[in-house]
Design a protein around this ligand. Sequence first.
Ligand code: NAP
Ligand code: ZN
Ligand code: ZN
Length: 349
Amino acid sequence: MQATLGYAALDHQSPLVPFTFNRRNPNPNDVQIDILYCGVCHSDIHQTRDEWGNASFPMVPGHEIIGKVIAIGSNVTEFSIGETVGVGCLVDSCRTCSDCEEHLEQYCNNATFTYNCPDKQSGGSTYGGYATQIVVNKDFVLHVSDKLDPAAAAPLLCAGITTYSPLTHWQIGPGDKVGIVGLGGLGHMGVKFAHAMGAEVVLFTTSVDKVADGLRLGASEVVISKDEAAMGKHLASFDFILNTVAAAHNLDAYTALLKRDGVLCLVGVPDQPHPSPAIGQLIFKRRSIVGSLIGGIKETQEMLDFCAEHHITSDIEIIPMQVINQAYSRMLKSDVKYRFVIDMASLKS
Ligand code: NAP
Ligand code: ZN
Ligand code: ZN
């Protein structure tokens, strides 16, 4: 075992604090990674505050991990020491169910999430990326191109794949009119990806001060979602809307904007249910409301390669580990442009 320094929530209401815990020594199939950067996802806030009702404390959050390989097990040929790699929300799965066989490990009933999840190897709970190092099975480690800035690539491991996967699954491309709801960590990646895939992109935001950024990031129009007249101009016109909002809100305002057969895809996971939908609004135009969970490992690698090819990374604000609690407060006020990324050097000095 190796004593490892991180930051943890010790219960659902106290600020995160420094915390030392044990990581396993790398086994023959493991990659040991010196963590350089870790993105801060809104899921980290939901879980440390036990908003999803499944929290296990102490909890070391973090699933947008970028680092350098510092050791490899004897069976590892895919990675070499010194290489830049990534780890996202998954660190293991059963590998034999139909989801795993179809490279959709995120839907495996026995998937092991990077933190706050029973760990088959240790018998305890998994601990995430707000830490100096991590040991991960080689099948759940991603190659990260040197073309990508490592800090700005960290959010691709969750915010990136969570928006790329549904846009790809619903085959978004030229000719499609796509809405992105919420300009936060996920939303700003959704705007970039939908634009790069050739769609016409409209951003829906509650924040008047994000209009210029929405246009800069690739939207052709930005709609303030509280403005009913502006919303009304887009009735029944969208092929696909990706909703990234982290709080419960009325979805009917968005289903009304879908064409016949249009799809509203939810990726935000609020602590309370949405007060919707109006069923008639779905039935009379055969509209769907669907959900989507991160992405599989193969697809995450494809997304990282797509980003290297198209020069896509996240817009980030780098912070030291010590200000994580202030960063959470700011995210709750939608005050982040557009992802906090922890510089793990702050924990090592
Ligand atoms: P974030 O950076 O905090 O962004 C969320 C955005 O939602 C905010 O910037 C804001 O955008 C909008 N918003 C917040 N409160 C709102 C409210 N009361 N009404 C309307 N809009 C509101 O969060 P994130 O990291 O992108 O995560 C978003 C959600 O996705 C979270 O619930 C997270 O847990 C979930 N998530 C899901 C998956 C998955 O696999 N499905 C993966 C990762 C994260 P504007 O200022 O533009 O309105
Ligand atoms: Zn996340
Ligand atoms: Zn499985």
